[in-house]
Design a protein around this ligand. Structure first.
Ligand code: G3H
Ligand code: 13P
Ligand code: NA
Ligand code: ZN
Length: 328
């Protein structure tokens, strides 16, 4: 059944678990997420980015998610729009039937220029007014995502600030978060705590204090009824990097957010954990390996099945680690 993000995350907060929010672009990802949720009895958040809407088309994405709800009616599903760049973009998603939208006013309409606080409050408040009158939840964002190690926002062409960020921009201020929530009434808030989008988060193996856990605790203490969201939460599995590179790939050394660190964040109020890159890596590794080992095969279903299996296993691991399993 289709449910709102508020409904799901209220339950998650009450029972102390986190929910991975997987990005969806195609059939294989959609089926992998649902099969993993079915196997582990987990509720689902699937999110469509601007890139996904451009790739698959908004109507296809919409029907992909609705098809999943039809095939697995017993699984609660949140249909979420990721990183909306204006109230208008969010409005179109609400009209399409999304049960949750993100208004990312931390960046301008170009998706890369950091904005001022008043702008962010204004666009987010307007989106909340519109969404709440339709029963749709809203996620806002305060602070700029960026790696505390590299000072970089992450993706070159994706979502993220341009250029190098200073340290203070990359940590959400707890007092400002309290004011932001009071003024906008958002259901969930994406916070900057040292993560960044994409595969290139950290150049060295994480030492165990890669996330600003103290910051999460302070923010949660100030806004206990607002669900905290962690973007850029891929763990960049080293085994998938190795499989990719052993079969013709050339991905340089890089590290993501360790699953244990995310679990620590969940203990302190993180409820929604955004993951896209890990599914891309698992999918690519599985396809590269299959094609290298089966050079005469040309039926896409054969290698896409491998991609689906790899993504299903990854989703199962996250549902289990975050405590989502058993809560559908
Ligand atoms: O927030 C970033 C997500 O990974 C979406 O990326 O716009 O390339 O689909 P995308
Ligand atoms: P990753 O690139 O770490 O998977 O983050 C995805 C994300 O935050 C989507 O909004
Ligand atoms: Na989002
Ligand atoms: Zn994001």
């Amino acid at each position: 059944a289709l449910i709102s993000m508020r409904q799901l995350l209220d339950h998650a907060a009450e029972h102390g678990y986190g929910v991975p929010a997987f990005n969806v672009n195609n059939l294989e990802q959609m089926r992998a997420i649902m099969e993993a949720a079915d196997k582990t009895d987990s509720p689902v958040i699937v999110q469509a980015s601007a890139g996904a809407r451009k790739y698959a088309g908004a109507p296809f994405l919409r029907h992909l998610i609705l098809s999943a709800i039809e095939e697995w009616p017993h699984i609660p599903v949140v249909m979420h729009q990721d990183h909306g760049t204006s109230p208008g973009v969010c409005q179109r998603s609400i009209q399409l039937g999304f049960s949750s939208v993100m208004m990312d006013g931390s960046l301008g309409e170009d998706g890369k220029t950091p904005t001022d606080y008043e702008y962010n409050v204004d666009v987010t408040r307007r989106t909340v007014e519109m969404a709440h009158s339709c029963g749709v939840s809203v996620e806002g964002e305060l602070g700029c995502l960026g790696s505390l190690e590299t000072g970089q926002a992450g993706e070159e062409d994706g979502v993220g600030a341009e250029g190098t960020l200073d340290h203070s921009q990359m940590l959400t201020d707890p007092e400002e978060a309290a004011d932001f929530v009071k003024q906008t009434q958002v259901d969930a808030l994406a916070i900057a705590i040292g993560t960044s989008h994409g595969a290139y988060k950290f150049t060295r193996p994480p030492t165990g204090d890669i996330l600003a856990i103290e910051q999460i605790k302070k923010i949660h203490a100030r806004i206990p009824d607002t669900h905290l969201v962690m973007h850029g939460s891929s763990s960049v599995p080293q085994d998938w990097l190795q499989i990719i590179n052993e079969h013709g790939g050339e991905i340089p050394e890089t590290y993501g957010v360790p699953v244990e660190e995310i679990v620590e964040g969940i203990k302190h109020g993180v409820r929604k954990v955004n993951i896209d890159t890990d599914l891309r890596l698992a999918s690519t590794g599985a396809i590269r390996r299959f094609l290298a080992e089966n050079p005469a095969e040309f039926d896409p279903r054969k290698y896409l099945k491998e991609s689906m299996k790899a993504m299903t296993e990854l989703c199962i691991a996250r549902y289990e680690a975050f405590g989502t399993a058993g809560n559908a």
